[in-house]
Design a protein around this ligand. Structure first.
Ligand code: DGI
Ligand code: FE
Ligand code: FE
Ligand code: FE
Length: 187
């Protein structure tokens, strides 16, 4: 499947506003990749597919998690997290992506993880700060991203964690590990 076919197929699976978000993540991933020395083509490829499963029904995501051997711990946490690992599965099995780093950038774009690759960071940060995003702190994240990929990403995780605390929701362990690991890297 070429780039245009992939774009049209992903676009057909989501409402227009989510497609506009995806376009924003594509554009921002390319900018961040160039800024921080990652391959913009691979960053864009992960961005195109990152939310491919976002509008799947819960039971469809659950079947993939159960039947395709994805981490069962996901089922104990927020359903909002599921589209990322399920999206990586779809990218591999329905879009034929065989670049493991691209698949991981999709898989970890919501939670992050310990030892994030540069590609993981670029896509996760682009998801936070693409031009269509508007939440408290987003301008600070954009400013930090001019200089420092890790600091900007920590600010992104901080905003998610504050949001989850406010809503009295649980925090997925990978998000805490991702933030801790980023902080360790600049002590
Ligand atoms: O898919 P998007 O809306 O573009 O963004 P995303 O993939 O970063 O998903 C964000 C949602 O995931 C947001 O509503 C917060 C929710 N979420 C729930 N629990 C956690 C979580 N996000 C993180 N990072 N960690 C959690 O524990
Ligand atoms: Fe997402
Ligand atoms: Fe995100
Ligand atoms: Fe997204």
């Amino acid at each position: 499947m070429n780039r245009e076919q992939m774009i049209e197929s992903v676009r057909a699976q989501m409402p227009e506003r989510r497609w506009l978000h995806t376009l924003g993540v594509m554009e921002t991933s390319i900018i961040l990749a160039k800024r921080f020395g990652e391959d913009p083509i691979r960053a864009e490829r992960a961005a195109i597919l990152h939310d491919v499963a976002k509008y799947w029904a819960t039971d469809r995501m659950e079947s993939v998690i159960r039947e395709r051997g994805l981490p069962a711990i996901l089922l104990e946490y927020d359903k909002e997290l599921w589209h990322a690992p399920v999206g990586a599965w779809v990218a591999e099995h329905e879009y034929g992506i065989d670049d493991m780093e691209v698949l991981d950038a999709i898989r970890y774009h919501t939670s992050g993880r310990r030892g994030m690759t540069k590609l993981d960071k670029v896509v996760c940060l682009a998801d936070y700060m693409e031009p269509g995003r508007d939440f408290p702190g987003v301008d600070n994240i954009r400013e930090l991203s001019e200089q420092d990929l890790d600091k900007a990403l920590v600010a992104g995780f901080d905003s998610t964690i504050s949001f989850l605390l406010q809503k009295n929701r649980r925090i997925f362990p990978l998000t805490i590990e991702a933030r801790n690991a980023l902080l360790e890297s600049y002590i």
